[in-house]
Design a protein around this ligand. Structure first.
Ligand code: TRP
Length: 332
């Protein structure tokens, strides 16, 4: 059984791309691995220092996670800021992270370019905090996308450097885990190849979207005037709605519209109507759970408290051992 850690920044709700990407696999992993899933609320301050939004965003992500099937009994589901031990490990790691390597990090350079008036030290040390999140539980596997590869490489560097510096074999080398074949890539509604919240309103369908909003988004999805010759390859935006249909509708439905396309008889309006109803049907149980959980503050606080307790137990053990390795000894 491996120890798995993954964090999500509280900046946007779960959409179908997230669900068919990592989320569905997180849900499965809970049965085979010891999983720690947390909301990276400290990290969010590097780019979104907005007190009025923080709590609501965290709650909304938590509700989505639970609705999507994360089980607080099976996994440890917690808020980063409920586990202050991570900050002590962050400090230790910062003591042996070099300015040069932090400055070379691609995500730092990108964010520094995007927010030139706020190139804060938290942005620079984002990778050491992320490394602390991971090695705090002495994780083996980190399910993250390609964009986090470099952060993970840095995590390995910091973990190995710690081991070498203190001549111990304490932290395992965590590896990125990308689910391989299990990962279904969901395209966007705007004709781009990826569903994502940053691509603009209307590109993504969220698990909590209402039927009306799903209909509206799908009816507005980018299409063209249709094929003029039979059996032609599909342009990207058309390929996208077919991909969505393949994932979300019945196989016969997909076949039906695919045949119409190949015979040049396709009417995208009809296809989208059908797709919208199938997406609504898929989303319905998630949406119901989201609506229920949103009202149930008592349950949410119970979940968060339990997660904090479990996470702190694991974290406290690491910090106790790390302090000893680093040479701290209690006088009292
Ligand atoms: N950097 C990750 C992201 O942007 C979020 C994150 C923070 C994370 N700490 C982590 C992911 C630890 C995995 C493990 O998506």
């Amino acid at each position: 059984m491996s120890i798995v850690v993954s964090g999500i920044r509280p900046t946007g709700n779960l959409h179908l791309g997230n669900y068919f990407g990592a989320m569905r696999n997180f849900v499965k992993m809970q049965n085979t691995d010891q999983c720690f899933f947390f909301i990276a609320d400290y990290h969010s301050l590097t780019t979104h220092p907005t007190p009025q939004d923080l709590h609501g965003n965290v709650k909304s992500i938590l509700v989505d996670y639970l609705a999507a099937g994360l089980d607080p009994e099976k996994s440890t589901l917690y808020l980063q800021s409920d586990v202050p031990e991570v900050l002590e490990l962050y400090l230790f790691l910062n003591m042996n992270a070099y300015l040069g390597e932090l400055e070379r990090c691609t995500s730092f350079k990108d964010k520094a370019r995007k927010q030139p008036d706020n190139v804060n030290a938290g942005l620079l040390t984002y990778p050491t905090l992320m490394a602390a999140d991971i090695i705090l539980h002495r994780a083996h596997k980190v399910p993250v996308g390609k964009d986090q590869e470099q952060h993970l490489e840095m995590t390995r560097t910091f973990a190995n450097r710690f081991n070498r510096m203190y001549n111990v074999n304490y932290f395992p080398e965590p590896v990125a885990y990308n689910f391989g074949e299990e990962l279904v890539k969901i395209p966007g509604l705007d004709g781009s190849t990826k569903m994502g919240k940053s691509e603009g309103e209307g590109n993504a369908i969220f698990l909590g979207d209402s039927p009306e909003s799903i209909r509206k988004k799908i009816m507005r999805a980018v299409t063209d005037s249709g094929p003029v010759e039979p059996n032609q390859p599909k342009p990207q935006p058309i390929e996208n709605i077919f991909t969505l249909m393949k994932v979300l509708s019945a196989p016969e439905t997909y076949e039906h519209f695919n045949n119409l396309y190949n015979n040049c008889q396709i009417r995208y309006g009809d296809m989208k109507k059908q797709l919208a109803e199938d997406v609504i049907c898929f989303n319905e149980p998630f949406r119901q759970r989201i609506l229920e959980l949103e009202k149930n503050d008592e349950y949410i606080s119970k979940v968060v408290k339990m997660g904090a307790e479990k996470a702190r137990e694991s974290a406290a053990k690491t910090i106790r051992e790390v302090r000893e390795i680093v040479g701290f000894k209690r006088f009292f």
